[in-house]
Write a new protein. Structure first.
Length: 581
């Protein structure tokens, strides 16, 4: 926890941290000394030695004012440190998330990342002032009090010295017990959050399936599990609380007993004994404070752990090389490329060899799940091969500088995601410096003009979260326009099977045919898009089973010709059914 904190703190804040720690330690010493000063003060008062009492009262006042002054200075620095920490942790998390390997984003890791970002605010600012100070105080104050007691009553000093580790151990035990329960509760909480979001998102399907009752859904089960975990958390905290209260009673008993014994023996006056009881109370105070802070401490620990786990997420290392022919359509070669998402036992691609010719259009076809989208993602550099390599104009793609790699590729995803904003903004996102002419050209090519004409706000129409206000086909067309406008020498299109309307078909075909100065790869489902391809690759279970020009493959009578006839039959079925309507 401390390691994560320190690693998050920006380099230039280190001297400030050192200054803060010095002030905090001095503050604890001053406080311990003023507590112990109560002993001579109270005895002088009781003994009626007014001038001595006055002197001690003066000293106590000076110490108290000094303590305040130090605390004020320390808390100012602690806020500065807190904000520096907040700033750097948010930056670090955001920066890491933009580089983390995409296969890392499982449901639970995504939840962790979300919580890491959401929880950083007040937690991080408060971490120094609300946690570092009390923890330091609890660890130091009792020890310093014990040392200061040596000249007054050394046996009492020994008891105080021994009590400190015992109380800290009890606190630690309490923490360890509740930590285990917290961990379970935390996991149940994450699961519940995920399920509730999923429950909300899948409402239409659930309602039609008559599964909308919360108690029968996965969300209902997750809520029930979370209740159970919360109850467990409370039950598990009880032994922890008992442990700490037992330890503090033992400490009080030992301190009071020793004082009484020393008084009976005549080593201490009655006045000193009274004052020492006050000291004993102050001695216990920081532990009680720390015990009350245990919950906050745990929250911070969890936040820091989440941040640490995001920061430890795997990234793909990029190289420093530039493309061999920047801006020109490259030749792309897969050399024995293997890839798996999570489990290596389920390879999606297994030593795949594939050549995508420079400036050519290659259509990839194959059954669902054969790895077509994965091939595109690998070309785009969204995933890195787990074996073999991808070579772009003779340069290993893994050696390319990451910005250069991104500039190479423009892509239309199978399930296109639009950014919340207007249609125009989404198109410009592909190339922020595009001219109006460019925008007009791509909106016409991608048939977005037809959508713009139909909507009341035209190109300024909002697309909604993820593009939800547009239909699947419209989303795909906007994303084709966005891909076309980006001046990247590689264009990848993952044709959406869900958007089989005529406008979409023409948008895809035009995108493929007009931009023939690019190396184009399309995952194709329709005859019209395949017809535009210079070469067809048939993929099955991550292997190329046929490849050649469409004519060659048709003539050979293999899988492609079967597919072609099947698609032809489907198309004519569509026409006849329309005619009979
Ligand atoms: P296609 O596009 O040909 O339908 P994909 O490349 O999308 O096939 O998927 C190939 C295989 O990889 C499938 O078995 C699919 O379940 C699996 N897969 C795809 N994406 C992921 C992912 N993000 N995590 C885990 N498995 C995935
Ligand atoms: Mg796919």
């Amino acid at each position: 926890m401390i390691k994560t904190l320190i690693s998050l703190l920006p380099e230039q804040s280190r001297p400030r941290l050192a200054r803060f720690l010095v002030l905090a330690v001095v503050s604890v010493i001053v406080r311990a000394v003023s507590v112990v000063m109560l002993v001579p003060l109270v005895s002088a008062l009781i003994d009626g030695e007014n001038s001595r009492a006055l002197a001690w009262a003066g000293a106590l006042t000076v110490a108290t004012i000094l303590g305040w002054w130090i605390d004020a200075a320390a808390s100012k620095i602690s806020y500065e440190l807190g904000f520096a920490l907040l700033n750097s942790s948010q930056h670090a998390v955001a920066e890491r998330l933009s580089q983390i390997r995409l296969t890392w984003f499982s449901a639970s890791n995504t939840a962790t990342a979300r919580q890491a970002i959401a929880a950083t605010g007040p937690d991080m600012v408060g971490v120094v002032i609300y946690l570092v100070v009390p923890v330091l105080t609890a660890m130091l104050l009792p020890v310093v009090i014990a040392v200061a007691l040596i000249p007054i009553a050394w046996p009492l000093a020994v008891v105080a010295m021994l009590g400190a580790p015992m109380l800290l151990a009890a606190l630690w035990g309490t923490g360890a017990i509740s930590q285990r329960a917290d961990h379970v509760a935390d996991e149940a909480n994450s699961a519940m959050t995920e399920r509730v979001i999923e429950f909300a998102r899948t409402q239409p399907a659930l309602r039609l399936a008559r599964r909308s009752g919360s108690e029968r859904s996965l969300a209902g089960a997750a809520v029930a599990r979370q209740h159970g975990a919360t109850l467990g958390l409370i039950l598990m905290q009880i032994p922890g609380l008992l442990l700490f209260s037992l330890a503090s009673q033992i400490a009080v008993f030992a301190l009071a007993g020793t004082t009484a014994w020393l008084t009976v023996r005549g080593d201490l006056t009655a006045a000193q004994a009274v004052a020492l009881i006050v000291v004993a109370v102050r001695y216990l105070e920081p532990f009680t404070v720390l015990g009350e802070l245990a919950g906050g401490l745990e929250t911070i620990r969890l936040t820091l752990r989440r941040i640490a786990s995001v920061l430890a997420g795997p990234t793909d290392t990029a190289g420093t090389q530039q493309p061999a022919r920047p801006g020109r359509a490259p030749r792309i070669e897969f050399e024995k490329v293997s890839f798996h998402y999570g489990d290596p036992a389920y390879p999606v691609l297994d030593e795949l060899d594939l050549v995508l010719d420079a400036g050519a259009a290659t259509a990839i076809i194959g059954p669902s799940g054969s790895g077509k989208s994965t091939v595109l993602a690998l070309v785009a550099g969204l995933h890195q091969p787990t074996g073999g390599r991808i070579v772009v104009d003779g340069v290993d793609a893994a050696q390319l500088d990451s910005a250069a790699r991104r500039a190479l590729v423009s892509m239309v995803f199978q399930q296109p995601y639009l950014m919340p904003g207007t249609i125009d903004e989404n198109i410009y996102a592909g190339h922020p410096d595009a001219s109006d002419d460019d925008v007009r050209r791509v909106t016409a090519l991608a048939r977005v003009d037809e959508i713009i004409d139909r909507l009341p706000d035209g190109a300024a129409s909002k697309v909604g979260e993820g593009g939800a206000l547009l239909s699947g086909g419209e989303r795909q067309r906007v994303s084709i326009a966005r891909a076309l406008i980006k001046p990247a020498p590689i264009l990848l299109i993952d044709e959406a099977t869900s958007a089989l309307d005529n406008e979409n078909e023409r948008a895809v075909v035009d995108a493929l045919s007009v931009d023939d100065e690019r190396t184009r790869v399309i995952v194709a489902h329709r005859r019209s898009s395949i017809r535009r391809a210079d070469r067809v690759v048939v993929l099955e279970r991550g292997k190329v089973v046929e490849s050649g020009t469409p004519e060659e493959l048709l003539a050979s009578g293999g899988r492609f010709s079967t597919f072609w006839e099947h698609r032809g039959a489907a198309a004519s079925w569509k026409i006849t059914s329309q005619l009979t309507l």
